[in-house]
Design a protein around this ligand. Structure first.
Ligand code: TPP
Length: 337
């Protein structure tokens, strides 16, 4: 990682049972295979607009979203496919949305950077850096005032550390003791700039300024993320906001098609050594899972993706009229008003 000399605080004791680790591995495999497919589709011109892939960051999505209950909610970022997939959104609806088809989660009108599914507590992806933070803070306030028992998570990149929205949301969440977790995916890059050139402090210090406890983990170790996330989510549920900083790695460019000329070749070549999927597979094999079981898991995920893609390709594009649906709330004017 170019920017932060930050190290994970500690490697937690590994208390995750093998079947749970397998489920986390499957989630990561689904994210990896989906995004690898999307990369190909984008290159072939089958996806409109821009896409930002989270290849290399799967452990954060699987570990954090896997720690949430059905009543919880989260807001994600421009690099949010993994979070949405980890929440268990239907793959065919996901592919349709990214490919701009009428049957997508948002009717094909949102696309990669605006996927939302309120029925699953997914408050939305966002093209504006840091803009998910106020959404999640509002959702945390709603959990508190409505006594839902839920926690709201705000995913954000290290690029959002210099955004006023983060500082304001930390302040409000701390003042009102909101049930909220701020999850930073620290991949060391803010678009094409190392984060160290963008933000003068570190996230632990920012948290300390507002009295918000901070925890830093190895974000490429899915078990470490899962354990830390379970702890901070439960702490936030009863006792106010927490920060979880996950140190991770972005394999692809900032957006698909970005040739990454700003990155040094050694850094790119070294990325697979810290592959969260490889590390998870090694841990599973060490725990006694058969290699054939892992291969079967990969095949099953690939089959699901093939079916979803076929359904998406067969789906229609949205009607032009759909662009105006849900844009304004209908109002009724009364005489004399
Ligand atoms: C408010 C705002 N400023 C600038 C941009 C342009 N921009 C898009 S992504 C990005 C950097 C994001 O970095 P980070 O938050 O670390 O997320 P990552 O891409 O590393 O996942 C910037 C500056 C934007 N979309 N919104």
């Amino acid at each position: 990682m170019p920017s932060s000399a930050a190290q994970a605080d500690s490697i937690p004791a590994n208390s995750i049972p093998t079947d749970r680790r397998l489920a986390l591995h499957r989630t990561m495999q689904t994210i990896r295979a989906t995004e690898t497919t999307l990369s190909r589709l984008f290159a072939d011109g089958e996806i409109p607009g821009f896409i930002h892939l989270s290849v290399g960051q799967e452990a954060v999505a699987a570990g954090v979203v896997g720690a949430l209950g059905p009543q919880d909610s989260f807001a994600t970022t421009h690099r949010g496919h993994g979070h949405v997939l980890a929440r268990g959104v239907r793959l065919d609806l996901f592919f349709k949305e990214i490919m701009g088809r009428a049957g997508g989660i948002c009717g094909g009108r949102g696309g990669s950077m605006h996927v939302a599914d309120l029925s699953l507590g997914v408050l939305g992806a966002n093209g504006i850096v840091g803009a998910g933070l106020p959404l999640a803070t509002g959702s945390a306030l709603a959990h508190q005032t409505r006594r839902t028992g839920g926690v709201a998570v705000a995913f954000f990149g290290d690029g959002a550390m210099a955004e006023g929205a983060l500082h304001e949301c930390l302040n409000m969440a701390a003042l009102w003791k909101l049930p909220m977790v701020f999850v930073c995916e620290n991949n060391g890059w803010s678009e094409f700039s190392p984060t160290s050139t963008q933000f003068a402090a570190t996230l632990d210090k920012l948290g300390a300024a507002f009295g918000v406890p901070h925890r830093r983990v190895d974000g490429n170790d899915v078990a470490a993320v899962a354990e830390a996330a379970a702890e901070v989510v439960e702490a936030a549920r009863g006792g106010g906001p927490r920060i979880l900083e996950c140190l991770t790695t972005r394999w692809h460019g900032h957006f698909e098609g970005d040739p990454q000329r700003y990155r040094n070749a050694d850094e790119i070549a070294g990325l697979p050594q810290n592959d969260p999927l490889r590390r998870s597979a090694e841990a599973l094999l060490a725990a006694g899972v058969e290699e054939s079981a892992l291969a079967a898991l990969v095949d099953a995920v690939d089959a699901d993706i093939r079916d979803a893609l076929e359904a998406a390709r067969a789906d229609a594009l949205p009607d032009v009229d759909a662009a105006f649906r849900d844009v304004y709330t209908p109002t009724t004017l009364t005489a004399g008003a």
